[in-house]
Design a protein around this ligand. Structure first.
Ligand code: GTP
Ligand code: MG
Length: 193
């Protein structure tokens, strides 16, 4: 299927949140994990989401509409960016919480995890938080073009054990397109539930 992705709304504050009728899948992950690159890869457009080698680039919540399916991908601001102030980090956490809690159209959260790193504290905190709310987690190992296959498999298995899911997390690379078709299938299936 040929899909298009279009940015329809950007918000910076809780008071700007609105209830949409469309099913939504949020994208979350530590700063610099490759979220914006993943959106651009899915969109087949380089400049849709801004990419930076410096972490902390995406500071807003961005709603993208996927057609023809009609669901939203919602890019959440990256967490764990060390260089921003405590107050700023607290503000982000509140915004993300406000978005997630009580959002009946939120079908799942795709949690982007760096395929080169063993599970990080903040990733574990996020996945257990989502689990506690009963929100399905779609784990995605980003930058999978980087590690050797063996090392990647190790990380995959670690996450499979932690998340207690039947399948190991999907390996994805926005550089090579690895896992792209599969990711679309998974996202569309969750959005349709
Ligand atoms: P923030 O918005 O700062 O939270 O970052 P982000 O998660 O949106 O990451 P972004 O997509 O901006 O990518 C961060 C860096 O990782 C950039 O230098 C990208 O070129 C690089 N990168 C992203 N995806 C991949 C990938 O699949 N493979 C490789 N090798 N590098 C990648
Ligand atoms: Mg980004």
């Amino acid at each position: 299927m040929n899909r298009t992705i279009e940015l329809i709304k950007t918000i910076y504050e809780i008071k700007q949140l609105e209830d949409f009728e469309e099913p939504q899948i949020a994208l979350a992950g530590r700063s610099n994990v490759g979220k914006s690159s993943l959106i651009n890869c899915l969109a087949g457009r380089k400049g849709l989401a801004k990419i930076s080698s410096k972490p902390g680039k995406t500071r807003s919540l961005n709603y993208y509409r996927v057609e023809p399916d009609g669901f939203f991908l919602v890019d959440l601001p990256g967490y764990g960016y060390a260089k921003c102030s405590k107050a700023e980090r607290a503000k982000w956490a509140k915004l993300i919480e406000a978005y997630i809690q009580g959002n009946t159209q939120l079908k799942a959260v795709a949690v982007l995890l760096d395929s080169r790193l063993t599970p990080q504290k903040l990733d574990l905190e996020l996945t257990s938080y989502l689990k506690s709310l009963g929100i399905p987690v779609i784990p995605v190992l980003t930058k999978s073009d980087k590690p050797k296959q063996r090392d990647r498999a190790k990380i995959q298995n670690q996450w499979k054990d932690i998340l207690q899911q039947d399948k190991a997390p999907l390996c994805f690379s926005s550089k090579t397109g690895m896992g792209e078709a599969k990711l679309w299938d998974i996202l569309a299936a969750h959005a349709a539930l």
